[in-house]
Ligand binder design. Sequence first.
Ligand SMILES: Cc1ncc(COP(=O)(O)O)c(C=O)c1O
Length: 385
Amino acid sequence: MNKYYLMTPGPTPVPSEALLAQARPMIHHRAPIYTQILLGVLEDLKYVFQTKNDIFIFASSGTGAMESAVANLFSTGDKVIVVSTGNFGERWAQISQAFGLKVIKLEYEWGTRANPDDIAKALEENPDTKGVLATHAETSTGVVNDVKAMAQITKGFPEVILIVDAVSGLGACELRQDEWEIDVVVSGSQKALMAPPGLAFASVGEKAWGHVEQSNLPKFYFSYKKYRDALNKPSPQSPFTPAVSTIMALGEALKLIKKEGLENVWERHRVLAKATREGVKALGLELFAPEDERANSVTAIKSPNGIDSTQIVKIMREKYNITIAGGQSKVKGKIFRIGHCGYYDKFDILTTLAALERTLNELGINVKLGTGVSAAEKVFAEANL
Ligand SMILES: Cc1ncc(COP(=O)(O)O)c(C=O)c1O
């Protein structure tokens, strides 16, 4: 028997409190009991987003919330700047193009972060720009972008809003929507928020509501106005049937985040990420992203000696029952990724590194068993975790 470990950057393991919540009897979404649950979940979501904005919950994956942002905030032919540092930056460009927007793409080499000065320059050169779409933690490359610096730039342009995809970053890497003045943040349930897949969120700030008023793109299910109106009823609710059980699960997961404290949660992720990095470095492997650009939600590692990284993922899964992620799109086969956003602690990392050591040996890369584990242990000891 091999115990199952899910070490991908989403979906991620769900704590038992949240799993059990899904087994509760179904309730009606127009009954007072649902409103009570919804209000609790929204309050805790606001804490995690660090915002006072209304937050809308959709029954969709994170991409739905990304699509909602484009459909609600822009009009046909609007010009937007897409900051692309990987697969999910590319997704912003694809959605924007699908909705007929004019996309100016600031593209960066995969494994590096965006330079906010380039956004300032692009905005100066394109005074008719309506929005900047960026990624907080770029899951495909393990890089975290400086969205705080980006917001400092966009706030100087009255017609420009900053929209941030924090699908994998929220709850793992520091993000303070209101303090940093980020106009719109979107996210999803299945990563650092420790809930099952199926919920997406959009937190919409005041400046962005001006864009909502002007938008002429088609929308119905994702209409922000419909969600705002439903929340403003005497008994707040969702405009359509919500994913009741998943929302109840999310509610329990958010209570755990609140109990631990958001800053402690960020700190735990910092230590988990550092231990993972030190562990793989001790095994002679190279990290994909430069040191000060790495996200604490996922560690991306270059596959050694020209080995196809899908081999590493396959052995880890088939022999050790540990699911990690390979590379996506243009880095497929070249990197592999260990996820540590959400419900993870030190022993998840140590177990994964132990299996990685064995996997490397099986692929002919000789490493002394325990080398990666002991480097990671050192980080945990220093951090008192
Ligand atoms: C940064 C980022 N954005 C967007 C998405 C898309 O989310 P979903 O797969 O839930 O649609 C993901 C999922 O991996 C992600 O990591």
